[in-house]
Write a protein that binds this ligand. Structure first.
Ligand SMILES: [Zn+2]
Length: 376
């Protein structure tokens, strides 16, 4: 059951690289890439290790992106085999990071080595953007590397993030976008007083009720071919002292938008404020944008992925924008086409995380075929 992709996967899985640690993962990747003509740049920021590697100097630039860090193991005794001592049982490779996403990184490297050997004078350039801070705060990882690249006008045209996108079968799902996420904490100011003397107080709950109802009933957009309609959800409401005879002085409402590409975060902010202003409320809002939406419509990159999956597995694939955020949110705003394509995500972040060993070589073949489609 030996294969080049499995061997490199095992080496990476032995590294206990819980965020923000990388151990020797990026050194290992860099050494392999350096051997096949890549220029290596280590780009550490604070306690995070990042790797930027590039082969070629011309456009178009195809970039493999991913992370060497993994989420914590939880109670190691709950695992059937030690999380950083990868083990194969019944055709499955167990270990923390096996699905998310060290086997995909191994497949990228093997695909690249094979492609470069067959096509040493390929078109354009191949790059790697690897971080050890995807599962953590994501402050000193991909976002900083992208800032560095932007500052020197180095542009990624096509980016394949090796996140585990597959659901039931390798390659059944490609993520070609993600919804945006915008959080707001609304504070409505009133005036505290005795419930028996309401004319001497201002009840922020009563004042805000109509506006909150409006916010809940608003249609923000109707979505589009790729995204469901933008949704507004209140997650917390707090007001009151606990006493039955006191009108509270302040109401705090925490809410979140999951938004499509039909609206911008600024538009949502303005529309929320217009509703609150209409009610003449005395309020403030703290906004936190935790991710911009991105969408890669059907084009060169999506087609290359679909064709490659079809060629290797014989199956058609489905485009999806579901799921949480990923580092694709930092890469897409540069204008790059970005998709996520990797192994099955059924056990990610779980105890006994695993992948099908039989999926590793086909994944490397899909990645290699994508390089053939785009760079030859
Ligand atoms: Zn991941």
């Amino acid at each position: 059951m030996s294969s080049a992709t499995l061997d490199l996967s095992l080496a990476l899985l032995k590294q206990p690289s819980v965020t923000p640690l990388d151990y020797d993962c990026q050194q290992m990747i860099a050494a392999r890439l350096s051997n096949v003509g890549f220029q290596i740049e280590h780009m550490p920021f604070d306690d995070v290790k990042n790797l930027w590697a590039r082969r070629g100097t011309t456009a178009p630039l195809f970039c493999f992106a991913g992370h060497t860090d993994v989420v914590p193991t939880g109670d190691q005794n709950a695992w059937d085999s030690a999380p950083f001592a990868p083990e194969i049982r019944d055709g499955k490779l167990y270990g923390r990071g096996s699905a998310d996403m060290k086997t995909a990184i191994a497949a990228m490297v093997i695909a690249t080595e094979r492609f470069v050997e067959k096509h040493p004078d390929h078109k354009g350039s191949i790059a790697y953007l690897i971080t050890s801070d995807e599962e953590g705060p994501s402050i000193n990882g991909t976002v900083k590397v992208i800032e560095t690249l932007e500052a020197r006008n180095e542009k990624i045209d096509w980016c394949l993030v090796g996140e585990p996108s597959s659901t039931a079968k390798l390659g059944d799902i490609i993520k070609n976008g993600r919804r945006g996420s915008l959080n707001g904490v609304l504070k409505v100011q009133g005036k505290q007083g005795h419930v028996a003397y309401p004319h001497l107080a201002q009840n922020p709950i009563h004042l805000a009720t109509h506006a909150l109802d409006q916010l809940c009933k608003t249609t923000w957009d109707n979505g589009n071919d790729y995204f469901p309609a933008t949704s507004f959800q209140i997650s917390n409401i707090q007001a009151g002292t606990g006493a039955t005879n006191v009108i509270p002085d302040i109401l705090t409402v925490t809410f979140n938008f999951r938004f499509s590409t039909e609206v911008t975060a600024d538009e949502l902010k303005q529309r929320v404020q217009a509703i609150l202003d209409h009610e003449n409320l005395n309020y403030s809002i703290d906004w936190t944008l935790s991710g911009l939406p991105f969408l890669t419509p059907v084009g060169d990159l999506v087609n290359a992925a679909k064709n490659s999956i079809k060629k290797v597995t014989g199956d058609d694939t489905t485009l999806s924008t579901s799921g949480g955020t990923s580092d694709g949110r930092f890469i897409a705003p540069t204008g790059a086409q970005v998709i996520e394509l990797g192994v099955l995500n059924a056990t990610i972040h779980q105890i006994n995380e695993h992948v099908n060993v039989a999926d590793l070589e086909p994944l490397a073949e899909i990645y290699e075929q994508m390089l053939v489609e785009l760079l030859t």
